[in-house]
Design a protein around this ligand. Structure first.
Ligand SMILES: *Cc1c(COP(=O)(O)O)cnc(C)c1O
Length: 353
């Protein structure tokens, strides 16, 4: 039997199930997967190919080079619209056209940098004050501009009670009236769950596709897509009063059994996830002890039955949701996923499509 190794498994069937779940939550709207930052760290190519096979025909990336790579990977056999959220910085128009990418124009300056008769998407700022043309600048748009998609982005969608949601919705409706021929898109993952009024023609989910909750905590409607597992390398018994790891940051209050696991922050387990984080082994949550090092994590396995050298511990996955790891690190699921590396040891399961 080969030695157990640290590995990141990406479950494309779970991804597809999450895509269908979002489609069911926004009936009538196109679900356009957001695959920026290499598909939230999980691999833009396998993610987009599988979702194309599931019916997705529009994708969003952030950078132009992400779009170029995605266009090449989808190839001629998988035609799709690829929207670039960075838009069209000065000088980028020729490259965008050459790669058949659709910029999401974000400012009057970007509109001027784009050949107006070529269809583009237009991002209208409705109160987030990030990217987007301000409402007061809409009058200054050239009448020749061909807008095939008008979109905006919600600042507080994961907080359904926030009044900014309704204000943004109202401003978006108003702005979109100027572009009667254009399709409309407002919702990210969390926006899908704000209700039908937020769906329009297209929704743009990212995090829920990848198994993160849309409300800042684990969401059982969505399956874990990424699973990070690592073997126990050594087990030691520690008497009360002794410390574990760098900085002697943890002191045992009673005798405990410690499992040293072959994963660390170099694999993507955020160093800030201790104290508070856990791994799943022997059917229980095993608290992380002391500091997370580059290559190792110490777990309290005192209550985990049958765990020994070689046992695989789940640090992230169905039993250790990405939102839990994020919360213990004072972060969000997005950042945990985007930083997962597993030193390049990744395995894809499920149909690639
Ligand atoms: C990243 C992004 C999304 C996806 O957001 P999630 O919260 O991951 O669903 C949608 N729209 C825009 C403009 C984005 O930048």
């Amino acid at each position: 039997m080969p030695a157990a190794e640290t590995r990141l498994t990406i479950d494309l069937d779970a991804l597809a199930a999450n895509y269908r779940q979002l489609g069911a939550a926004a009936p009538g709207a196109e679900v356009a997967p957001v695959v920026k930052a290499n598909g939230y760290g999980l691999g833009a190519t396998p993610v987009a190919r599988r979702l194309w096979a599931e019916g997705a025909r529009s994708f969003f990336v952030a950078r132009m080079h992400e779009g170029e790579d995605l266009r090449a990977e989808l190839g001629r056999e998988r035609p799709a619209s690829i929207y670039v959220l960075d838009g069209c910085p000065p000088g980028a128009a020729d490259g965008l056209v050459a790669a058949d990418l659709t910029p999401v124009l974000n400012s009057l300056e970007q509109v001027r940098a784009w050949p107006t008769r070529t269809p583009a998407a237009l991002h209208v700022d409705t109160g987030m004050n990030r990217l987007g043309v301000s409402a007061r600048d809409l009058d200054a748009l050239p009448s020749t501009l061909q807008v095939d998609l008008v979109m905006s982005h919600l600042a507080c969608a994961e907080d359904a009670a926030n009044q900014l949601n309704a204000a943004q919705l109202e401003r978006f409706r108003h702005a979109a009236e100027r572009f009667p021929g254009a399709r409309r898109s407002l919702a990210n993952s969390a926006g899908v769950f704000l209700g039908e009024a937020f769906h329009f023609d297209m929704v743009r989910p990212g995090i829920c596709l990848y198994g993160g909750g849309s409300l800042g905590g684990p969401d059982l409607r969505f399956r874990a897509v990424a699973t990070l597992e690592a073997p126990v390398l050594q087990v030691r018994e520690i008497p009360a009063g002794e410390t574990v790891g760098y900085g002697a940051a943890f002191t045992a209050a009673e005798p405990i059994t410690v499992g040293l696991v072959a994963a660390g922050y170099a694999d993507g387990v955020l160093r800030a996830a201790s104290p508070g984080g856990y791994g799943w082994a022997g059917g229980v949550r095993c608290p992380i002890l002391g500091r997370i090092s580059m290559d190792l994590i110490a777990l309290d396995i005192s209550r985990a039955g049958g765990v020994g050298v070689g046992t695989m511990v789940e640090l992230l996955g169905p039993n250790a949701p990405v939102d839990d790891l994020a919360a213990s690190a004072g972060s969000i699921a997005y950042e945990v996923l985007a930083r997962l590396t597993a030193r390049g040891r990744r395995v894809y399961v499920g149909d690639v499509g």
